[in-house]
Ligand binder design. Structure first.
Ligand SMILES: Cc1ncc(COP(=O)(O)O)c(C=O)c1O
Length: 367
């Protein structure tokens, strides 16, 4: 199914990002009357059986997509991933006064800055000395830390974890906002996973938290009840009005992922799509350049620069005229960023690669 626009638009935004057209079309069809009810999902009370069934189905589908064991709770929270930067220390520190953080780019730095308001942040590993061009492999964990936090995919820098060192008994906490549901994960390695929905799985604001049950009940007494993992787990994420429409839409996306072959298929697709794009960058004789070490290049956010940086605005404008939109790099990083989330069709990557080839042919004499 295509959108009704000419030329076809391919949205490479880092988030909010491209969603499956079939899901948007279904939401449109159901907007005025959801499931024959005569009212919209937007108008459906959260305390009624209809919404409770949607919430249960969405939770069950996520459990099955990621094989989440029964001793993990799935919470649907407000506030975006940034709220979790504070909620993780507020809920998990317990009696401890410190936590380990792995510094790998823009988003982990933001997380650390926020966490330092609540505890001592031990930088257990960092790749800042190589300008975040890789994930650090030597970690020095603090025996007194309450947990160890990683950012599994650095959206702004385009660097991703593929191999995470063992933290043994120390709970591993991961911000998976920009690679959630893009591949299978071994949930049991994690104490807590959180992800803002606006990349791979739905509308901004909704935040998924997956937490192992032994980590509940440690929240600081000042933690607001709606942001307390234990109270939300006990209330089934319905302590206050949940993000009903966002949860419904995310449920449609979970269903779409399952129908496409699950997270295994998502992983194969994103690996192939990103490999084709990196290959085009590497084969451009230096016209385009990706500074991330090959083993750590993100399958989700392909970041690159033009050798002649003065051409970058022209590249972005020309791409947009061809329907290749939102390719501008993160403001703190610059350059170009093509986000290839689950809903990006292969044809979008082909169109981008063709555009890049033509751009080189026209402009290589400026290099
Ligand atoms: C890795 C990562 N973490 C956190 C965030 C912040 O998400 P939110 O805007 O939902 O707070 C983002 C947003 O782009 C992100 O990419």
């Amino acid at each position: 199914m295509e959108r009704l626009c000419l030329p076809e638009i391919f949205n490479f935004a880092a988030g909010p990002a491209v969603m499956p057209v079939t899901v948007l079309a279904q939401a449109q069809r159901e907007l005025l009357s959801w499931s024959g009810s005569g009212i919209s999902m937007l108008e459906t009370p959260f305390t009624g059986d209809a919404f409770k069934a949607v919430l249960k189905q969405t939770r069950d589908n996520l459990r099955s997509l990621l094989n989440i064991p029964e001793n993990y709770h799935i919470l649907f929270m407000h506030g975006g991933a940034s709220a979790q930067f504070s909620l993780v220390p507020l809920n998990l520190l317990g009696a401890a006064d410190r936590a380990d953080y792995i510094e790998t780019g823009y988003w982990s730095r933001k997380t650390m800055r926020e966490a330092s308001r609540y505890c001592n942040v031990n930088v257990a590993a960092s790749s800042s000395n190589t300008s975040f061009d890789r994930m650090p492999d030597t970690w020095r964990l603090d025996p007194g830390a309450a947990y160890c936090h990683i950012t599994s995919n650095e959206t702004a820098n385009g660097v991703q974890f593929y191999d995470i060192p063992d933290t043994n008994d120390l709970p591993l906490v991961a911000d998976m906002t920009s690679d959630f549901l893009s591949k299978p994960i071994d949930i049991q390695r994690y104490g807590l996973i959180y992800a803002g929905a606006q990349k791979n799985i739905g509308p901004a604001g909704l935040t998924i938290v997956i937490i192992r049950d032994d980590l509940l009940g440690r929240a600081h007494t000042t933690t607001p009840a709606v942001f307390n993992y234990q109270t939300q787990a006990e209330a089934g994420s319905m302590l206050n009005t949940p993000l009903t429409f966002a949860i419904y839409l995310t449920g449609l996306i979970f269903h779409w992922i399952a129908g496409m072959g699950g997270v295994e298929a998502m992983a194969r697709n994103s690996e192939q799509r990103s490999a084709r794009l990196y290959q085009a960058i590497d084969a451009s004789d230096g016209f385009y350049h990706c500074s991330i070490q090959p083993a750590y290049r993100s399958h989700m956010n392909v970041c690159f620069t033009l050798d002649n940086n003065a051409l970058t605005p022209f590249f972005l404008n020309s791409a947009a005229k061809e329907g290749l939109i939102n390719l501008k790099g993160h403001p703190m990083v610059g350059g170009v960023r093509a986000s290839l989330y689950n809903a990006m069709p292969d044809t979008g990557v082909t169109a981008l690669i063709n555009f890049m080839h033509h751009f080189v042919e026209k402009h290589h004499h400026y290099v």
